[in-house]
Design a protein around this ligand. Sequence first.
Ligand SMILES: [Fe+2]
Length: 276
Amino acid sequence: MNMRYPDPHKMKASPGGSAPHRRVSFIDVHCHCLPGLDDGPRSCRETVALCRSLTRDGIGAVVATPHQLGRFGRSAGPDVIRHAVEQVNGALAQEGIDLCIAPGAEVRLDERVSTLLAEDAILTLADRHRHLLLELPEDAFIDIEPLIVELAGLDVDLILAHPERNAPLMAHGQALWRWLNYGVTLQLTAGSLLGYLGRAAAQNAWWLLTKGWAAVIATDAHDPGPAGPCMTAAFAMIQSRLGVSVANLVCSGNPARVLSMERIRSPLLQQRQEVR
Ligand SMILES: [Fe+2]
């Protein structure tokens, strides 16, 4: 693991404060902020603009997750991503932007995932070999149970990117429930909760969150535009509908667990403990 870039593990997430003087600091574990590697920023200038908007949204640390596999093939290999992260962290320091970036990837489902992981051809979140952010195809349902079991044997847990935006997946609730019981984590896009990504995505996102099935919120930001970083607004809406403990868990506690290589905590488990 290359650790010349700043270690975001040292950053503490501390949302939940409503006092205006208190600086909120979220950790964003899904963000397309590296220049020229995927459909995110095309230049370093655009990357800096996106990073400024992330800090304005109260985000203090980001796992950069350019697309790997699928339509992006191997265009963004691990060493390319690690090098880009170093470059961007240097540029942010020069610009005086208080944001720490770690390498990662959003990996498209592929039958070679386990093999490519063993070959260091795809990246885990924060390059820590503990959590893999997986994107499923949106045109068909595929049962990933064999992959979940394979990766569990490597002590790698799956985080599924934005299931609320995947209609075939949402039509297979029983499979989702089975995967959750294997320890799979569902990550919602903050903008989905706010209705920025359509009515179906919003309904699905709130359904998953209210049931206690979704455990992580992230921006999935590609640019600073209207559907860009909105963690602060999503946190406030979750706090108002489901309470501060759920908001803290999914926006702060669990994203921090990605950096500390801990198992993501299920909101269902928390609910059961609070009932006791
Ligand atoms: Fe993404």
